[in-house]
Write a protein that binds this ligand. Structure first.
Ligand code: URA
Length: 441
């Protein structure tokens, strides 16, 4: 088989066979195929796309390019979640303890964020001592003893994706649906789950801006999982405005703690209940919560009662974190400066621009512009309002948490007019725009 022939075949819009896909994934991972040929093939895929079978074959070849985690010593049926990332998205910090509180073990590998705010690992590292770099033996021990563990993604998981993603990043081939779907799903499939809930975000604070784009990506990922024999569901959730109140690492941990104690912002509480309900439905074979309505009611009850906080506590303890900081979140890193922003006008809030809030949070130091940047866990923005709220000029809208005057001023400039007003009442934004259910594909 020759790489130049495969490039020409895809350039002409023909479908690649499974053995052709395995040839270029294996060859590129081993270093036998040079970057320039792989880049040409990626560009051909970018323009010509891939059909369902090609996308699944690509995903499986990338998943099998490294270790395939076997979680059968931890549980019979592992359930996982993945979020495509949104502003203020601290859902994993609440949903995973909540699901674990039902006796469903959680053994999860998460990523770091690049861009506006940190990822789940960065948020957890706001807690002193919390170790996301456990050995595989420690990972399994904490999962068995605490019932929940969250660590960084092992480098031996889907190494082909790591190499290809780095090449896509510098060759204008990131924004390709089959390449994004196979990239995300290769890591999920290698991480050992039988059931996967995808939280695909859309709107100003997300990668996918429209419902059509988000639905198409969600469908591609659900199809891959179904064809690979997994139980799949994708939620299409709105992040035109930030999710919950807090944006920024330690602020988000504090909000997750409040939510686990039953005192979270209503939109975030409801979002977590919905994601947890889908995970419980997948994992709940034969249990009373194996139907979505039952799972939703149970998840809501447990969250309101504060009963899942203990599961977060056990995980923090098992991973070496300072439990006193989640018992009393005022002990989490605190920024030196607070600056309140007030409503400039009276009326109804027509938009709270999640993307501008994200960039301002990055400017404060909560996220990374480059892969190896240090992040400041203490800084961030609290957004005390939602689209549709009635406000009077002077009402408190946001609080910026900064560690120096210069970054505060730069963040205020970045924020600009992040809030838009309407004289007429408006509907609140929906939390979800729909579901793509693997049973229907
Ligand atoms: N996240 C990934 O892991 N891969 C992509 O291609 C895009 C987002």
């Amino acid at each position: 088989m020759r790489m130049d022939e495969l490039i020409e075949k895809k350039r002409e819009g023909q479908a690649l066979t499974e053995s052709e896909i395995r040839f270029f994934i294996g060859g590129y991972t081993a270093g036998d195929i040079p970057d320039y040929q792989m880049a040409a093939l990626l560009m051909a895929i970018y323009f010509q796309g891939m059909n369902r079978a090609e996308t699944v074959n690509l995903t499986m070849a990338m998943a099998e390019s490294g270790d395939m985690l076997d979680l059968s010593d931890i549980c019979d049926y592992a359930v996982d979640k993945h979020s495509s990332g949104g502003v203020g998205d601290k859902t994993s910090l609440v949903v995973l303890p909540l699901v674990a509180s039902f006796g469903v073990p959680i053994a999860k590998m998460s990523g770091r964020g690049l861009g506006a705010t940190g990822g789940t690992l960065d948020k957890l590292e706001s807690i002193s001592g919390f170790n996301v770099n456990l050995s595989e033996a420690e990972f399994r021990r904490v999962a068995r003893e605490a019932g929940i563990v969250i660590v960084g993604q092992s480098k031996s998981l889907a190494p082909a994706d790591g190499k290809i993603y780095a090449l896509r990043d510098v060759t204008g081939t990131v924004a390709s649906r089959p390449l994004i779907a196979s990239s995300i799903m290769s890591k999920k499939l290698a991480a050992g789950a039988s059931g996967i809930v995808l939280d695909v975000k859309l709107g100003r604070g997300a990668f996918m801006k429209t419902l059509e784009e988000a639905r198409a990506l969600a469908t591609a990922m659900v199809q891959i999982g179904v064809d690979a024999g997994r139980d799949m569901v994708a939620l299409l959730s709105d992040v035109n405005q930030p999710l919950g109140v807090a944006v920024g690492n330690a602020l988000e941990v504090a909000e997750a703690v409040r939510t686990l104690r039953g005192e979270g912002p209503p939109d975030f509480h409801q979002h977590c209940v919905e994601v947890a309900a889908h995970m419980l439905r997948l994992a709940g074979k034969g249990e009373r919560w194996s139907e979505l309505a039952g799972a939703r009611a149970e998840a809501d009850r447990v969250l309101k009662a504060g009963a899942a906080f203990e599961d977060l506590r056990r995980m923090v303890e098992g991973q070496g974190g300072d439990v006193s900081q989640i018992d009393d979140p005022r002990k989490l890193p605190q920024a030196k400066l607070r600056y309140n922003l007030h409503a400039r006008a009276s009326g109804y809030l027509a938009a709270i621009l999640a993307d501008q809030i994200a960039w301002a949070t990055l400017t404060l130091g909560a996220g990374r512009r480059a892969k190896d940047d240090e992040i400041d866990h203490a800084v961030g923005i609290e957004v005390h309002c939602n689209v549709g709220d009635a406000v009077t000029a002077g009402d408190l809208l946001m609080t910026l948490h900064a560690n120096d005057e210069a970054s505060l001023q730069a963040a205020l400039d970045e924020l600009g007019a992040a809030v838009e007003y309407s004289p007429a009442p408006l509907e609140p934004l929906p939390l979800f725009h729909g579901v793509v259910d693997g049973r229907e594909l």
